[in-house]
Design a protein around this ligand. Structure first.
Ligand SMILES: Nc1ncnc2c1ncn2[C@@H]1O[C@H](COP(=O)(O)OP(=O)(O)OP(=O)(O)O)[C@@H](O)[C@H]1O
Ligand SMILES: [Mg+2]
Length: 386
């Protein structure tokens, strides 16, 4: 997929911006700190996944002092089909958000997947040491772009979760009825089972080539496993895995339903739902130990890079389309071997890369200078890469 142009209105530090990317693959967006580089990638990622990769609220995305934003892109698929994608979000006169493909309005959830993209942020370099939410987002962002059914389940699950949590708090305050929880719990178990099942299946697929990717990057652990951590269950299911947990969609649904009921008292005390895929996590075990517990910084980065390559090939196979690659400020953090490997792996993909300083290895890229709400074209360096 190629991003041909990007237009922003009142998005973050850009009151108004238009960029025509043209046919080149590698685009380097250079500028000092706080110039607005990440804001640009964030805008593209919103078109792709429907949400901010920084988890920002809608109000924070609108240029300060304004009440709406608009992000629009012209894209061209690998087989040459052109499309426009647009997201409009407003605060006033009432909160609303809509997506448009070829100027036809769609619910925002249906937009995900139209522009396949993979983002890689500086905080991903310490993915295994950071909070579980970024690791969950990694799985969810990949799945929403390849499966509309998953995207729908995730959106419904998040709505139901808010409703159950609100009811838990009302019950605690004496204004809600316990028997009303059942409706939300049945929905949460149903949609939660789709999410957990999809997470397990995705990890299985990524697992298939993880060892090979790591070896290619110079790490040769004997046995590498992607392990999924669910909440401890109070139930024994019927179709069980080795760790005693349900692995079929139906089995997971029954387990979730049982556990939501079982842990109600605790949830009522805390005022929020402690059971379900929104609390799950995953990790890499190498030779029986969690990577986070023993691997050096360099080894962790290697593992994160291996995962990045796996995400890209997973997306390419599932979508039959090369995803757009968004690399925020990570290039200069890598050693020269990994920089080379990154560039070699993404040959043929369109890459938007932000950096404060352009390293010599990016000399062949198309260079853009970012600052003061503008993005200025600087031409092409020597030694074409494409
Ligand atoms: N809603 C908003 N309205 C106006 N300006 C905003 C808004 N949100 C963020 N900004 C501005 O954008 C700036 C940050 O932009 P961004 O994060 O893209 O910088 P950057 O070029 O990636 O910097 P760094 O190199 O430090 O990562 C902030 O300093 C802030 O002034
Ligand atoms: Mg930045």
């Amino acid at each position: 997929m190629r991003l041909q142009s990007l237009t922003l209105q009142q998005f973050r530090s850009y009151p108004s911006l238009e960029i025509a990317f043209g046919e080149r693959d590698l685009h380097v967006l250079q500028g000092p700190n706080a110039a607005g580089k990440t804001n640009l990638l964030e805008a593209v990622a919103i078109l792709s996944s429907g949400r901010s990769f920084l988890g920002a609220e809608e109000d924070d995305l609108m240029t300060w002092g304004t009440d709406h934003y608009r992000i629009r892109a012209e894209v061209r698929s690998d087989v040459g089909e052109g499309r426009t994608i647009e997201v409009v979000s407003q605060r006033l006169p009432r909160r609303a958000r809509a997506g448009f493909v070829n100027d036809v309005r769609l619910p925002i959830g249906r937009l995900t997947g139209v522009l396949p993209a993979i983002s890689f942020l500086p905080q991903d370099l310490s993915l295994f040491l950071g909070s579980p939410s970024r690791r969950r987002d990694l799985l969810n962002d990949l799945l929403v772009q390849v499966s509309p059914a998953f995207a729908a389940s995730l959106a419904t699950y998040q709505k139901l979760l808010k409703q159950r949590n609100a009811l838990l708090r009302r019950i605690r305050e004496g204004t809600g009825r316990t028997q009303d929880l059942v409706v939300w719990e049945e929905g949460l178990a149903r949609e939660g089972a789709v999410i957990t099942f999809s997470h397990l299946e995705l990890l299985k697929v990524l697992q298939l080539s993880l060892e090979e990717e790591l070896r290619a990057l110079g790490e040769s652990w004997q046995e590498v496993r992607l392990a999924y951590d669910r909440h401890p269950s109070a139930r024994s299911g019927s179709s069980l895995s080795l760790d005693g947990r349900a692995t079929t969609r139906e089995g997971i649904e029954a387990e979730l339903k049982h556990d939501l009921l079982h842990f109600r008292e605790r949830d009522l005390l805390i005022g929020s739902t402690t059971i379900g895929p929104h609390r799950s996590d995953w990790r890499i075990d190498a030779d029986g130990r969690s990577l986070a517990s023993f691997a050096s910084r360099g080894q962790q980065r290697t593992a994160v890079l291996a995962l990045l390559f796996l995400q890209v090939s997973y997306m390419e196979v599932r979508r039959g389309e090369k995803p757009l690659i968004l690399l925020d400020d990570v290039f200069s953090e890598l050693d020269s071997v990994h920089q080379e490997r990154l560039m070699a792996s993404f040959k043929g993909h369109q890459v938007l890369l932000t950096t404060t300083h352009v390293p010599p290895s990016l000399a062949g890229a198309k260079l853009w200078v970012v600052g003061e709400g503008k993005v200025m074209e600087q031409g092409v360096g020597l030694g074409r890469r494409e």
